[in-house]
Structures are given as C-alpha cells and as structure tokens.
Design a protein around this ligand. Structure first.
Ligand code: TZP
Ligand code: MG
Length: 218
C-alpha cells in the first residue's frame, strides 16, 4: 500500500442513497469511483438484497470498475467477501474480528485497516499486520447512527500523537471541503468521506475540489 492511496478515500454502500434502488445506487457509486478518488470502500450496512448473489454481483461490479480507474477496492467488515474477491484491502472496526485472528487469514498483500476513535484504541493498535488506522468521527456526522462523539481536529492531532507505530491515519466523519486543510495539518494521510460525495450534485467537481484542497500548500 502506498500512503497516496489513502488520500481521497470514498466510503459508501446502497444505504447511503436513501430512496434509490440498488441499481441506481450502483450508478451513483460508479460515477464517484470514476471521478478521481484514490480508494473506494464497499461499506454495506443492512441493505435489503433480493439474494446473496445480488450483493456479490454488486461488489464484483464495483471492484471491476475500481480496477479500471486504478482505485483501490477495500471491503468493510466482511472478511469472507474480501477474500472471495481478492480485494485490495479489508477494513474492520474495534468490534469486528480481532486483528490477531485476521492476520492468519488474510494474504500478505491485502491491506488491513482498523478503526480507532480513542487514545487507548490508538495506543493498542500495535499489531504489525495493521496497515492504516481509520480515525473518527472527527466532526459531527449524519452518516453513522452509532458514531461516537466527534474528536474535533485538535482531538485528531492528539490521537495522531498517540500512535505507537508510524501508521498512516485516515480521518473520517463530517469532513467537508472547507475542513480538509486542517485535517491534513493535523497529521492525516487522507480523508474518508461518505456524504460529501454521495450528496454532491456534481461528484466529479467535488472530487476535483477535494484534490485541490488536499494538495493546496503541499
Ligand atoms: N465512521 C466514523 S464517522 C463515519 C464512519 C463510517 C461516517 C462518515 O460519513 P460522513 O458523511 O463523511 O460524515
Ligand atoms: Mg465494522
């Protein structure tokens, strides 16, 4: 994994397009993947699929598209899906399978991302198999019902300082175009967003603007 892969990290599943069919949500996700993000995370929470195959087909089609646009494809939570698709990465939370267990299941080249939102979780993230940390919510978010209290950018700085290894941090939660520079300045290797892109009327301009904000002053 290159650190650059984490810069513009798009997270979404059909649940992030309320009222749209799975097919229409796929089109919207596809358009965003094709717009210049660097990583796409397939995060599927409680979608009502017609069949198991429908979910697998959706994931496969998005992975294929991601490959075409050289966007890394990461699966959230679902180890079996990540393995079945030979995804570029797997992302897990604190309550998912333990990193120690995953370490023996994942191929060496599959990235492993771990969510962490408190100093103690950051300090505990020492396992050599972890490739990056997802940290947040940094700012208030509408996209995750059970999200913890936001850390703020000052909190992000503090979490960054608590790392035990030189692990890249991807910040998530309520990130807007305006807040990208301060999040980068707090040490983040990238910004992960849902609503900034899923709710954008013109996602490709928004991705472009994210890129400009990210690279401004660097
Ligand atoms: N984890 C922490 S906050 C969050 C997740 C998945 C949601 C981020 O969504 P948004 O719309 O970018 O605030
Ligand atoms: Mg999870």
């Amino acid at each position: 994994m290159n650190k650059e892969n984490l810069e513009l990290y798009f997270v979404a599943g059909p649940q992030d397009f309320p009222g749209l069919s799975i097919a229409d949500a796929e089109k919207r996700i596809a358009m965003i993947i094709a717009s210049g993000v660097t990583t796409y995370q397939f995060r599927d929470k409680g979608t009502q699929y017609d069949s198991v195959e429908q979910r697998l087909t959706l994931a496969k089609r998005l992975q294929l598209l991601a490959k075409r646009y050289r966007v890394a494809f990461v699966v959230d939570d679902d180890v079996d899906l990540a393995l079945a698709l030979s995804a570029d990465g797997l992302h897990v939370g604190q309550d998912d399978q333990a990193v120690e267990t995953l370490a023996s299941r994942l191929p060496a080249n599959m990235w492993l991302g771990l969510s962490a939102s408190t100093p103690s979780e950051i300090r505990a993230a020492t396992h050599p198999r972890i490739d990056y940390l997802g940290v947040g919510p940094v700012l208030p978010t509408q996209s995750k019902r059970d999200a913890k209290a936001p850390t703020g950018t000052a909190g992000l700085r503090d979490l960054y300082a608590n790392r035990q290894r030189d692990l890249p941090i991807v910040a998530i939660g309520g990130i807007t175009l305006a807040t990208i520079p301060e999040i980068k300045a707090a040490g983040a290797a990238g910004v992960a967003v849902i609503s900034l892109l899923t709710q954008s009327k013109e996602p490709s301009s928004t991705v472009q603007a994210m890129k400009e904000r990210w690279h401004a002053g660097s």
